[in-house]
Design a protein around this ligand. Structure first.
Ligand code: NAI
Length: 685
């Protein structure tokens, strides 16, 4: 037995078996030190004549979760990953990777340079690079097709898919799944191999040109046609007939160029911003565990939230005001569950266990036995205050009371409960079991323990949480309202709804603002405008068009008409809306003029960025990155642009500043201009 190592990589030799262990907590990210350590360990192995088999494993319950992305922004230091892989392939004894936890990106590529791969049952493998705007840079595009064939490899690489060990076994990416001792199984496998089995020496299975072309097209589409997906697909296809060393060199060349592209830099920004988002500095109390949650109100949101909680393993008491509403809500939860079972996302057995954790009730007292009670009832201050007061009386003093309110004053609700320290906003987005974003709203008196618990619950649900302060619409809806409001002003000024939508969709938004309004229903914003009518600033420019649509019964998709007309679910521009816009302008004595697509884009995005500057100054939003995270995860902003503020600071500065002047001119005295220049300087700096 002998040991050797540099702190991040250890080598143990036991008889004819060498075990190389990567130990770089928490997830063994491949860093400069890891690469150096691996090279040293393999050099040592090559000099010891008695070694017949090598196992390459990870400590900390994970093989290698990926490369250290922090290194990607600057020139990469030597040694780089391809030299480590070449060293493993040049070794004369077989090396078997023992995979557990995650083997992703550069970590998975490392294992593909080994002679075999044995995985623990829960292991996740994949090449997520394309999702980060780059291509695999250490042979992934060449070695994967040699094992799994091109069609499946294209799908995995361009879709940035992470797959479980079982699927990896079926695809031939791992050789065996080890139920027991992983390293022992890997050692056995290495001994059985007897000699080298390099993936690079295999031939890519032949594939019909038409089949390949179809697979390539479909794969690029799953990668949203972004440059990284196009390039990764091209590189993978080289594996068919280009000599392997030439193809590896080409892959490396593309990797080096694309990793510093603005798109890759923007995607890394979102990656880091997402990890940062749910963190709050200086919390003085730890989170408590919640296991049993009561959800009050089983409508659209309550049912989705209940299902998300059940899926995360929590027990849920679902409370409605009467038996019919309760049955309807239970039916909605059941609908989500049976949909997931039908699609194979949840096994029938897991579905049964999930059902058993749901307790429907029409008695509010049934909620009292929970660690946290979340209300998702009608958006009405009186109704919600009354409920909070009742919950304050019913639930034990330590129970956390949470509200899913979109716009109401959380501090007022907190006071009504009589326990403001234990009140928090948990603002989900619709559909709640699908959308990643969660706004955790910190009231003026929310305690640190309550906030920490809310954030922990968000993580347990797999949500990306940002912390918001109390203010109309919190962060996301407040900024979105400024953006959508400007879109409506553009229509008054001369654009048409479909022109604005098209301009923003061409920019990359998943859907234009008018299509979004029709989808979510125009009545929600209508009710809000009525609520705010009495306190509205008279200087504010008020666009009447949405009210006129609502008054005409055009509430959006659900009524077959809104900003657009709908036939058989298909959206089309409606001459009746064009006429309504013209009539409204004539009645108000306002002239309209044609506006460019650029003006539509610049003004809406400038309005958004301006509102972000205000919200950050007021402390409603914690940091610029949170705004980016919210818009990418909750509002269909193109991730590859890095979110609205990142985009504005790096690519869109001139457009935003020009747009801002136009917004100011259009809104006049009612416009509050934030210090956008300072904000953009700070982000770009
Ligand atoms: P909804 O109208 O679909 O559901 C509300 C449910 O609450 C109804 O089933 C009603 O019977 C029940 N309810 C009312 N009073 C109750 C009481 N005292 N006890 C028990 N149940 C009661 O409304 P939706 O859309 O689910 O909204 C609920 C809350 O979520 C609102 O505060 C809303 O602002 C917020 N929200 C809505 C989003 C959306 O997209 N719909 C997005 C994010 C938040």
């Amino acid at each position: 037995m002998g040991a050797f190592g540099n702190g991040t990589v250890d080598l143990q030799v036991d008889g004819d078996l060498a075990t190389v262990v990567i130990d770089n907590p928490p997830v063994n990210a491949g860093s400069h030190d890891v690469r150096r350590g691996l090279l040293d360990a393999f050099a040592e192995i090559s000099e010891r004549p008695g070694i017949r088999a090598v196992v390459l494993a990870g400590a900390n319950g994970s093989f290698v979760a990926g490369s250290d992305l922090k290194e990607f922004g600057a020139p990469l230091g030597e040694p780089q990953l391809p030299s480590v892989l070449a060293t493993i392939e040049a070794l004369t004894v077989p090396v078997v990777a023992a995979l557990d936890g995650a083997a992703l990106g550069g970590g998975f590529e490392l294992s593909l340079a080994c002679d075999g791969r044995v995985a623990a049952p829960g292991t996740v493998v994949g090449l997520p690079e394309v999702g980060l705007g780059i291509v695999p840079g250490a042979g992934g595009t060449q070695r994967l097709p040699r094992l799994a064939g091109l069609p499946d490899s294209l799908h995995l690489i361009c879709g940035a898919r992470r797959i479980k060990a079982k699927e990896a076994l079926t695809l031939g990416l791992v050789d065996a799944i080890a139920e027991g001792d992983l390293r022992a199984a890997a050692a056995d496998h290495a001994r059985r191999l007897g000699g080298k089995r390099r993936v690079r020496d295999l031939t890519v299975p032949a594939v019909e040109p038409a089949v390949l072309e179809e697979a390539r097209r479909a794969a690029v589409k799953t990668g949203r046609g972004r440059p990284a997906a196009v390039e990764a697909a091209r590189l993978a296809c080289l594996s068919l007939d280009m000599p392997v060393d030439e193809a590896l060199a080409e892959e490396r060349r593309v990797f080096q160029a694309i990793r510093v592209s603005p798109e890759a830099v923007a995607l890394r920004h979102v990656f880091f911003a997402e990890r940062e988002a749910g963190r709050v500095g200086g919390l003085s109390a730890p989170a408590t565990d919640v296991e049993r949650i009561a959800v009050i109100g089983a409508g659209t949101m309550g049912a989705g939230i209940a299902y998300a909680l059940l899926k995360a393993g929590l027990s849920v008491t679902l409370v409605e005001q009467n038996a019919d509403a309760l049955e309807a809500g239970r039916g909605r939860v059941e609908g989500f569950l049976s949909g997931d079972v039908a699609k194979g996302r949840v096994t029938p057995e897991a579905g049964e266990r999930l059902r058993a954790r749901l307790s429907p009730s029409t008695d509010l007292a049934a909620a009292a036995a929970s660690d946290l009670v979340l209300e998702a009832i009608f958006e009405d201050m009186d109704v919600k205050s009354q409920l909070l007061a009742e919950l304050g009386r019913l639930a034990p003093p330590q129970t956390i009371l949470a509200s899913n309110t979109s716009y109401l004053d959380l501090d007022a609700l907190a006071l009504a409960s009589g326990r403001p320290e234990q009140v928090i906003g948990l603002h989900f987005f619709s559909p709640a079991h699908v959308m990643k974003l969660l706004e955790v709203v910190r009231g003026r008196r929310t305690s640190d323990a309550t906030l920490a618990t809310g954030l922990k619950l968000g993580r347990r649900l797999g949500k990306t949480a940002i912390v918001a302060g109390v203010g109309e619409g919190f962060v996301g809806n407040r900024l979105y309202a400024a953006y959508r409001g400007q879109a409506e002003v553009l229509v008054e000024d001369g654009a048409l709804p479909w022109q604005v939508d098209q301009a923003l969709e061409a920019f990359g938004m998943a859907m234009g603002p008018f299509a979004v309004s029709d989808l979510s229903g125009l009545d929600i914003a209508w009710a809000r405008r009525k609520r705010l009518a009495a306190t509205r600033d008279p200087a504010e420019r008020y666009v009447r068009l949405p009210d006129l649509l609502c008054e005409a019964g055009r509430l959006g998709q659900k009524t077959g008409a809104g900003w657009y007309a709908y036939e058989g679910g298909k959206r089309r521009p409606d001459p009746a809306v064009e006429a309504l816009i013209a009539e409204d302008a004539a009645a108000a004595g306002r002239s309209r003029r044609a506006l460019s697509d650029e003006a539509c884009r610049d003004r809406t995005l400038a309005a958004l960025v301006n509102e972000a500057a205000l919200a950050l100054d007021e402390g409603i939003a914690q940091r610029p990155g949170d705004v980016d995270v919210a818009f990418v995860n909750g509002y269909g902003f193109p991730r590859w642009r890095g979110g609205p503020l990142w985009w504005a600071a790096h690519e869109g500065r001139a457009a935003v500043l020009a747009g801002l002047d136009q917004v100011q001119a259009a809104l006049g005295k009612g416009f509050r201009r934030g210090d956008v220049e300072a904000l953009l300087d700070r982000i770009a700096g």
